[in-house]
Structures are given as structure tokens and as C-alpha cells.
Design a protein around this ligand. Structure first.
Ligand SMILES: [Zn+2]
Length: 755
């Protein structure tokens, strides 16, 4: 992929350094500058030629300085900073002892903050969890009308099993899609209208327990099955079967005085196998009906029923009127009008639903019941006692290649942060931030919007009409920075969590209370005009977001910290957070975002000829990125899958550099960085860019083979490729680093460019 030329030293910047010293440029000695300088110096591998491999030049020593923790599968600045935020919330630092999850609260703090603390304590109290054992899970199963221990026999007497109430209750109480995916989404062509939406199962319960890893495993398994990579699929299946059998056996034995029959172990294995087989069939049905290739259709409930009943031989398993009626039962201010099609259903994957019904009608009641039981149990089991937690952890370790699980305190902090993110953010929200940092970040964003607009004005491939509409959209982008101001208002924070009750010994039910609040909010949104003026995430998130349908970007407090922001010099800030802001802004004009107009409605608002030219220019990126190979795992980058992110990366860098130049025009030159006096401000901009990050992947990081492999399924290119891809398209980079034509970072080929 990249050749490492170990002996060439960079000469270019030394010359620059001399001239800067001669000119008497001041060196910045603030704490922020010294920290930034130390970070950059520690990460760099100066033996590498920046024009041959800028990634290694900038980050070559990062891995050595930041060893991957035993509990992680990959490591990067995002992960490290997330840990930092979590520690701050939890309160391990001496200076943060007044407000944190481990301390007793003061009487003045808002109720949800106290509740978040109680939830954390209930999670940490593993003695209590051990003494309650599986009982809270059993109680839940009884509550939703499931047997605590369903029959493991394949063909016991065929009592009819109605899966509708179970599927609905699992969604309402656990927020988990079972068999079908249900949600409420704004209509594409008019985002103020909310629609019932049905498709493939997609949403996972927010209850903690290695959700991300589960999702990855499922993705890999699905892919292995589709590509018929038998060996890989078998490895997953073997680990899954072992976990299943262990869990089932444990649950049947726990506090059970009934004597088990002598073939019990064999019965368990056979039952586990049936669950696996059903799971594989469902995966098969999903693979055959890829949602991305389907066109969404609108149906009345009668049409939907007829569509899914067709071809079935009389054994109806799913009544859609019952499904929707139960789903909205008791939800205030929402009355469904299903009959006659007043409330139509947007079906995003009609073929999947049809195939699913066929599969269900061919499956025995007992197997269905057992499969549904496991769907619920696998979410709840890790919330119970130590034995069940360890079983899940061993399974994860086996699939992941022997990594230790996270510590309990990290697990609990993450859980509370995920479920009560706004309450937890109270610990990091302060009024000073709003006055100082927020206004600076907003100023930077305004500069970047200006830079984007100036690029649009000078683009030679867009016609006037499209340019005007694009400039309007860029000017209308909304931004949410730091944290919502209402977090500082006790009444508003309390209203946000109204109806939540927590108790120190009710860990599972504390979480279910919050999940219930999620569901109610989601269901009530059907009758609320959707203005989408809301935060895309929790303020603690170390990431940034673009929401197409709101034409908005969210920049949480979590990412407004070293090494993304507060770096001492604006050259460094623009290189890091600036490129992230530019990236998010550009998403509104990537291959997906460009399809939404300034109000967030999907329609064609560009002329045909400009769209055609856009597609041509996209092809350049697809070809460029598809030509990159990750040698370590012998795999090519998917230029199509990563197109949107690559467009955003390329635009983001150019916009941020342009915005930085404007800043410098206004404010004059900046000082140099101690120990890095050799580098010009624009060189520091690029160093900071490569040293920092974006999104799930970081540009400086340690890759393990597994995470590299998994990274290939991600919409972001691997980070090394992100750096190489963007910089090799940047004439500005080549000029600033004096990279000769034909070097790796300044190749002979045409440079791809949209924005
Ligand atoms: Zn992105």
C-alpha cells in the first residue's frame, strides 16, 4: 500500500524554519501549545519522508506511545478521549470530586442527576445482582406472557403460539426489533409528516452488554454466509452454539427443583442447534432481500396483510392490525386509523416481509417460541448475575480472539451515559463554556460555511441555478454545539426525565423505566410535527454528526477537547476540529446529502446536467479509493461504500484550510510551536489534521487484524487511507510540503475533486 522510505529526511521544512527564525517569529509557550507540541513530536516518525507516507511521518510512533488497553479491540484518539470523558463523569480525578457518579449528591442537584447516580450504584452493586440471580429476568418474561423455561422438545403438542404480542412487547419494553423492524420516520419528501415504517429488523435494545460487538459479529456472520465463506461462518456458529447451550442449561438449572431428565444435556444441545438454524434461516432471508436494493412502498394495513398472506397455506402467524393496535395501546394522544388506509404504512422491504412470513409459516410453534424466548433472554441475561455475565464475556472473547472485557465501572458508566446521557452531561455542562468556547467554535463554523460557499461560487461544473440553491442550503445549515442550554435549567432537565423512577436494588427495572420513556416518545412522535430541531446525540459523545433531514450538524462537548480542540494555535485547531466541521458540513452535499434540499426534504433540487457532472466526479473518487489495498488483511477498500465519507473528507480539508487562511488574513501570523519551529503554520495545519481524527475511526491508531477486518465493512475508509486519499488530492498539501510530482502523496494521476 505505502512504501516506507526509512532513510530520507525531510529537508523542506528546515529551510522554512530558518526563514521563520530570521523573521523573528515568536514561539508559543502556553500550556496548550506545549501539550500539542509534545503530542505531535511523540507521534511523529521523522525518519519517514512526508511526501512518501504522511501518515507514518505524522503518526508512526503513536502506537508505541499509546498501547491498546487489554480491554479494547482497537485504539485511537476517539476511544482514548471517550475513556477520558467517562472517567470525568465517574469522577476518578481529584479535581472532579464534587460532581460525579460515585459521590453523594448535593440537595441542589436536579433529580435526574441523582437518578443517574442511583442507576450507576445499582449497576455497580454486583452482590445484590448475584443475590437476585435470574429472578428479575424471569419476572420480565412472565410480564410479557412468555414461559420462563419453554419446552426444549422439538415436537411437543402443537399449541398455537401467537408471536405478535411478544414482538410488540419486546419492542415497547426493550426497544428491540424482533423479526421485523418497526419505527416512526419522517416522510422523505416532506419531513414534517411522520410515518409508520416497517422493514428488516434493525434497532437494538439500548440495554448495555457489548451491543456494538454483537452488531459487528452479526454483520460479519451475515457477510460470511452471503459470500459462502464456510470456515469463517462455522467459527462463528461454533462459538454461538457453545454460548447458547451453556446459557440454556444454566437457566434451566437455576433454582429449579424439578429433576431434569437424564438426556437433558443432549436436549439442550439440540435446542441450541434449532435456535441457530432458525437464526441462519432468518439471516438467509435477510441476505436474499437486501433493504438497500428495495424501493419503499406505501400500503394500507389490508394491503400489507394480503401481501404477506399471499402464497401461505393457511397458517397465518402475524396479524398486522393486531400488531399496530397493540403497539399503540395506551399511548396518549395517538389514535390509529388503520382501516381504509388513512394511516398507511411505509414498507421499506416488502419482499423481506413476504419471505419472512413464508419462513414463519413453515416453522413449528415450538421452535418459534424457543427462538423468540432467546431473542429476549440474550438481552436480559447479561443484566443478571455474575455467571451469566461471564458466559457472555467468554463468548465475546472467543469470537474476538481473546480480549478481556471492560471493567465493571467502565461498563456501568457507559450504560448510564447511554441511557441518561443528558442527565450525565450535567457534570460537564457549564455556563463558561457557552460564553467562551461555544462562540469560538461557532465563529469557526461560520468561516467554514463561508469557505464552502466560496468553493461553490468558483466551481466550473455547476450551473447558476444549482449554485444558488446550493448556497441557500449551505447558509441554512443549523448547528448544535457543546450541549443544549436547557441542561443548565433544573426545571427543564427534570421535565425531560419526567416519570422516571429508580431504586438502588432494581438495576434491570431502573433501565427498563428509561427504555419505556424512549418508546413512548417514539410512538407519540407519530402525531407530532417533526421539526428535527434536536440534538443528534449526547453532549458526552466524542464524535460529530450531520442530520440530512434537519440540515443540521451536531458538535458535542465531548469532541471539543484535546487533541481536536483547544490546541494552542488556530492552525492546529483548524487542522483538527476545523476539518471535522468541514467534513460534517460537506456531508450535506455528498452523494446522499445532496438529495435533500435545504429543508431536509428529499427531492431533486439540482438540474439534471449538474447531477450528471456530480456523478462523473464521484466516479473519480470511487476509482481512486477502490485502488487502495490494505496489505495486512489482503483486502481492497470499497470505493462505493465509502464514497460519502470520502467526499466529506476531501471537502472538509479544503474548506478548513481556506477558512484558516481567512482567519490569518484577519488576525495576522501565528507563533511557532516549541520543538516544531521547523514547521510553518500551514504545515502544522496538516500535521494536526493527520494527527487528529474523525468519526468512528481515528487517523492515528493501533490496528489489530480483527479491527482492520471489521473496519472494511465501515462506511469510513481505514484511517491510513483517509489521510493518503485526501492529501494526495490536495494541491495545497503538495505545495506546502513541496512534494514533487510523482511522489506517493502527489501522484501523477488527476486529482479527484468535487468541492
Ligand atoms: Zn462522516
Amino acid at each position: 500500500m505505502l512504501k516506507r522510505s526509512g532513510l530520507r529526511h525531510y529537508v523542506t521544512s528546515r529551510k522554512v524554519a530558518d526563514s521563520r527564525h530570521e523573521a523573528g517569529v515568536r514561539t508559543c509557550d502556553s500550556v496548550d501549545c506545549i501539550r500539542s507540541a509534545a503530542n505531535i513530536l511523540q507521534s511523529m516518525d521523522k525518519a519517514v519522508d512526508p511526501c512518501e507516507d504522511f501518515y507514518t511521518f505524522t503518526c508512526g510512533n503513536w502506537a508505541e506511545e499509546h498501547p491498546t488497553p487489554d480491554t479494547a479491540i482497537e485504539h485511537n484518539w476517539f476511544a482514548e478521549r471517550t475513556q477520558h470523558v467517562m472517567r470525568r463523569i465517574r469522577g476518578k480525578h481529584q479535581h472532579f470530586v464534587t460532581d460525579n457518579l460515585q459521590k453523594n449528591g448535593s440537595e441542589n442537584e436536579p433529580l435526574p442527576v441523582t437518578q443517574a447516580r442511583i442507576m450507576y450504584m445499582s449497576c455497580m452493586n454486583t452482590d445484590e445482582l448475584d443475590s437476585q440471580g435470574l429472578e428479575p429476568m424471569f419476572q420480565f418474561l412472565r410480564d410479557i406472557g412468555m414461559q420462563v423455561r419453554p419446552s426444549l422438545q422439538k415436537e411437543a403438542t402443537q399449541e398455537p403460539f401467537n408471536l405478535v404480542p411478544i414482538a410488540v412487547k419486546t419492542k415497547r419494553l426493550l426497544y428491540q426489533d424482533i423479526l421485523v423492524g418497526f419505527s416512526i420516520y419522517p416522510q422523505n419528501s416532506n419531513r414534517t409528516i411522520q410515518r409508520l415504517t416497517l422493514g428488516t429488523p434493525d434497532v437494538r435494545s439500548p440495554l448495555p452488554g457489548y451491543k456494538d460487538i454483537d452488531k459487528q459479529i452479526e454483520k460479519r456472520r451475515k457477510k460470511a454466509k452471503m459470500k459462502e465463506e464456510k470456515e469463517e461462518e462455522d467459527a462463528y456458529s461454533a462459538a454461538f452454539l457453545e454460548y447458547l447451550a451453556q446459557a440454556i442449561s444454566y437457566i434451566y438449572r437455576w433454582n429449579n427443583s424439578a429433576s431434569l431428565d437424564k438426556d437433558f444435556d443432549l436436549t439442550v444441545k439440540m435446542a441450541a442447534l434449532r435456535i441457530l438454524e432458525m437464526d441462519q434461516r432468518l439471516t438467509g432471508v435477510m441476505n436474499e432481500n437486501d433493504e438497500d436494493e428495495e424501493e419503499a412502498v406505501e400500503m394500507s394495513v389490508e394491503e400489507l396483510q394480503e401481501w404477506t398472506n399471499n402464497d401461505l397455506n393457511g397458517t397465518l402467524k402475524l396479524n398486522w392490525t393486531e400488531y399496530f393496535t397493540l403497539m399503540f395501546e395506551g399511548i396518549e394522544n395517538v389514535t390509529l386509523h388503520l382501516e381504509g388506509g388513512e394511516d398507511k404504512i411505509v414498507v421499506t422491504n416488502a419482499d423481506y416481509l413476504k419471505s419472512l412470513m413464508k419462513l414463519l409459516s413453515e416453522t413449528s410453534s415450538k421452535t418459534l417460541e424457543l427462538t423468540m424466548w432467546w431473542e429476549v433472554v440474550h438481552i436480559l441475561a447479561p443484566q443478571t448475575n455474575r455467571d451469566m455475565r461471564e458466559m457472555k464475556e467468554r463468548y465475546i472473547e472467543r469470537v474476538m480472539g481473546g480480549r478481556a472485557p471492560e471493567t465493571r465501572s467502565t461498563f456501568c458508566t457507559n450504560a448510564v451515559n447511554y441511557l441518561m446521557g443528558m442527565a450525565v452531561s450535567y457534570f460537564i455542562a457549564d455556563a463558561n463554556f457557552l460564553n467562551a468556547t461555544k462562540s469560538k467554535v461557532v465563529d469557526m463554523l461560520v468561516d467554514i460555511q463561508w469557505a464552502f460557499s466560496s468553493l461553490v461560487r468558483s466551481a466550473d461544473w455547476m450551473d447558476e441555478e444549482t449554485k444558488i440553491a446550493t448556497l441557500e442550503k449551505a447558509a441554512a445549515v443549523k448547528h448544535f454545539v457543546g450541549f443544549p442550554e436547557w441542561l443548565l435549567d433544573r426545571d427543564q432537565l427534570e421535565a425531560y426525565y419526567e416519570g422516571v423512577h429508580v431504586n438502588e436494588t432494581a438495576y434491570l427495572y431502573n433501565m427498563l423505566g428509561i427504555v419505556g420513556l424512549f418508546t413512548t416518545t417514539m410512538l407519540q412522535s407519530l402525531r407530532k410535527p417533526n421539526d428535527e430541531d434536536s440534538w443528534a446525540t449526547e453532549p458526552t459523545d466524542v464524535n460529530a454528526f450531520h442530520t440530512f433531514q434537519a440540515n443540521a450538524i451536531t458538535v458535542p462537548s465531548g469532541i471539543l477537547q484535546f487533541p481536536f480542540y483547544g490546541l494552542g494555535l488556530e492552525a492546529l485547531n483548524y487542522g483538527a476540529i476545523g476539518t471535522i466541521l468541514g467534513h460534517e458540513l460537506t456531508h450535506g452535499f455528498d452523494n446522499s446529502g445532496r438529495q435533500y434540499d435545504k429543508d431536509g426534504n428529499m427531492r431533486q433540487w439540482w438540474t439534471n446536467s449538474t447531477v450528471e457532472e456530480y456523478v462523473n466526479r464521484s466516479a473519480c473518487f470511487i476509482e481512486q479509493y477502490s485502488s487502495y489495498r490494505v496489505d495486512e488483511i489482503n483486502s481492497w477498500v470499497n470505493g462505493r461504500l465509502t464514497l460519502g465519507e470520502n467526499i466529506a473528507d476531501n471537502g472538509g480539508l479544503r474548506e478548513s484550510l481556506r477558512a484558516y487562511r481567512r482567519f490569518r488574513e484577519r488576525n495576522g501570523p501565528e507563533p511557532t510551536l516549541p520543538g516544531l519551529e521547523a514547521f510553518s503554520d500551514e504545515q502544522l495545519f496538516f500535521l494536526s489534521f493527520a494527527n487528529s481524527i474523525h468519526s468512528v475511526m481515528v487517523w492515528c491508531e493501533n490496528w489489530s487484524k480483527e479491527s482492520l477486518q471489521w473496519g472494511m465493512d465501515d462506511e469510513h475508509s481505514p484511517n491510513r487511507i483517509r489521510v493518503l486519499g485526501v492529501l494526495s488530492n490536495s494541491p495545497e498539501f503538495s505545495k506546502v510540503w513541496k512534494c514533487p510530482k510523482g511522489s506517493v502523496m502527489n501522484p501523477e494521476r488527476d486529482k479527484c475533486r468535487i468541492w
